[in-house]
Design a protein around this ligand. Sequence first.
Ligand code: PEP
Ligand code: MG
Length: 897
Amino acid sequence: MAANPVYVYDFVEGNKDMADLLGGKGANLAEMTNLGLPVPPGFTITTEACRAYLTTGHEPGGLREQVDIHLTALEEARGKRLGEATDPLLVSVRSGARYSMPGMMETVLNVGLNDESVAGLAMQAGGDERFAWDSYRRLIQMFGKTVCEVPGEEFEHALDDAKRARGTVNDLDLDAADLRALVDAYKKIFAKHAGREFPQDAREQMDLAIRAVFDSWHAERAVLYRRQERIPADLGTAVSVVAMVFGNLGPDSGTGVAFTRDPASGTQGIYGDYLANAQGEDVVAGIRNTIPLQELERLDKRSYDQLLGIMSTLENHYRDLCDIEFTIERGKLWMLQTRVGKRTAAAAFIIAGQLVDEGLIDLDEAILRVNGAQLGQLMFPRFDLSDEPKPLAKGVGASPGAAVGKAVFDAASAIEMAKSGEAVILVRRETNPDDLAGMIAAQGILTSRGGKTSHAAVVARGMGKTCVSGADALEVDTRKKKFTVDGTTIVEGDVISIDGTTGRVYVGEVPVQPSEVVRYFEGDLDADQEGVDPLVSAVHRIMAHADATRRLRVRTNADTGQDAARARRFGAEGIGLCRTEHMFLGERRELVERLILARTEGERQEALDALLPLQRADFVEIFEAMDGLPVTVRLIDPPLHEFLPSLEELAVSVAVAHERGENAGKAEALLAAVRRMHEQNPMLGLRGVRLGLVIPGLFAMQVRAIAEAAAECAARGGSPHPEIMVPLVGAVQELETVRAEAERIIADTGAGEVSIGTMIEVPRAALTSGQIAEAAEFFSFGTNDLTQMAWGFSRDDVEGAFFWRYIELGIFGISPFESIDRDGVGRLVRIAVDEGRVARPDLKVGVCGEHGGDPESVHFFHEVGLDYVSCSPFRVPIARLEAGRASVETAVASDSR
Ligand code: PEP
Ligand code: MG
């Protein structure tokens, strides 16, 4: 029989590179242990064990025995035994997945306490009975909630009752007798909801806690968080079992969290919160107000200095910002966790730049430390404060951005209002993991308690959502759905504005203006100038390196001179898609209507003659904006009915005219024509190349306009590079027909070189790309239509209709219209690139569907060897960065081979 896998690793056996197996927490506890830092001893059960448990519903064979061995070793190391009455070993059972999911899964502290060992613990603590009973009540509370699904409020109400009876609001005022009585109350609550007594067997407590942590992988909030953060659903969590150290042993004990740099701005320094005489969950839950970490220096200088030393060791070792959880037990410092910390988008860029300056990383690594989604966030507008609005309150700028919305006071209302299209700001005293869905639905989050490390702050930063935390002037009353500041009351539905950079809160809507980063891309800010915003100079350096590294070119989708010029400032290297249908709207609609409805050759030619100069002028403007760079003009594509009056409206006006006895002759003729052309599935009907083949002269007019515009620009000394692209081709014969006519016209106008290519957006085109390449000098993947047709999903309808269910079922993690479906649509792309290049080795290949600006998809297009991606102007910088990152990743992967 094959041996069981190794399911349990002691901290001395692991390291930071084993996060897949040991989770982030387990791997980093092991790493810190091996760095010689003060970590309490313990062991980690692997994610593999969790996956096996989640698949089969029971613990995998061998796990129990391996836990036994490691537990015995732990007992020996501590010189205590789990569950022993007089000198018990207590452990914490902690979740820790591959990717950090703050607060989403479970942890149980103080495992090993029971009615007998509580006295032993008091003895260990020098006779401190208060501490022992406090630890016991915490165990029942956490164990009850986590393992047996006892409603948490029941425990909280009992705690409130105990405090009320004592006439206090502070849990520290409860004495040993109060806490002992509270333990009795807790046990009754436990028995009522769990249907059994609180387990007295310490090993049973531990085993049940381990299972509960495994199960918490599937907790609703964890599932939601993974979906939001795009964390794969099948990784499972590791479980670390750690010898307890106590931060609640009196005033010389405490617990805290810290960052090695400011995770909101990147500024170097000491950032963190400390809470004396408390256990870890008190900090996150905001039970009592924390003090800034700097004040620890006054309380316990030795531990403070040691902590600073450890923070610098960790930064140098991880070569990155770290976040840390620690506990001080009677003046002795213990490290309970570290990880490379989450940070805001701005901090990510600034820190990457700082680390390069400090010689800790090179520029290649720096561009891997940031991403396009973060750059996108930095391009969001910020508040325009030129009217000097008076802030209502100020909190901690916990996650930057400018958010405006209606105040709501609970997650359910946030979701409800967001569903009906309202922008909302979720206001809470503090958030907890159950608020996650509301946080996702909101534009921003405002809390009256908690600092930069509170739940709200950490989660908001991870999601790139604006957050102001700890605005303590706010008296938040979630039951009455209002908050009050100095006599001003804001009720649900009132509009507020929050600034996640400065922490300021305003009543009403504050106007917004372009961000510094956009101003830099626009050329309004010089990154090399002295005193320039450090963010701008960090973005500048990183973008310069991405540009120097990337293989993919980046073009833009633009159909006006203005958009083209802006995209060029943003770094576009040409136009990959100029949609011409937009040029036929507005006043020109009537001409197109005449063209479509023409009954004679003369009528049609008249409409075309009127359109030609207008089109030519459009192209001149665009060629000028992109002078010297390629411009791919796509011949008209969309379904005809988009240019005709609505069937319903026409039918009504004809009926009304009849009713009134008026002459409806013209409208009737129009109605008959519109009826004749009506299609059940216009997206699969008369559009694209089909239109060009059916309406004589339409494509010819466009080709002539392009060629004449190019000739005109060249005659003025410009350097136009037009490329003509035929849409919706499914068969080479379609393209050949259009091409033959186009070539004649181009030659006729003397426009010089104009390449002719096609979109690949019908699956048949991808599958016959070898044939099509014979008639095309370039391919551009229209991945919007290609996705629509490969999946059979109507691109206009399905996302709202049922994608939520598909995502819920895990059929896909994200809409395939947003990020390329590598396996299906991606396969069509690969086939077309490969077979197209066999037929025509110098075939130029790009993409111009929405995916061209999606960070994930850009990596795919790099991998399959496209020459360029094309996207909307605002996504051009994002695509440049991601293309650079893709090149570095490829180089790293080939180096490690
Ligand atoms: C596409 O289908 O991907 C494309 C770019 O064309 P359109 O979105 O205009 O149909
Ligand atoms: Mg298309």
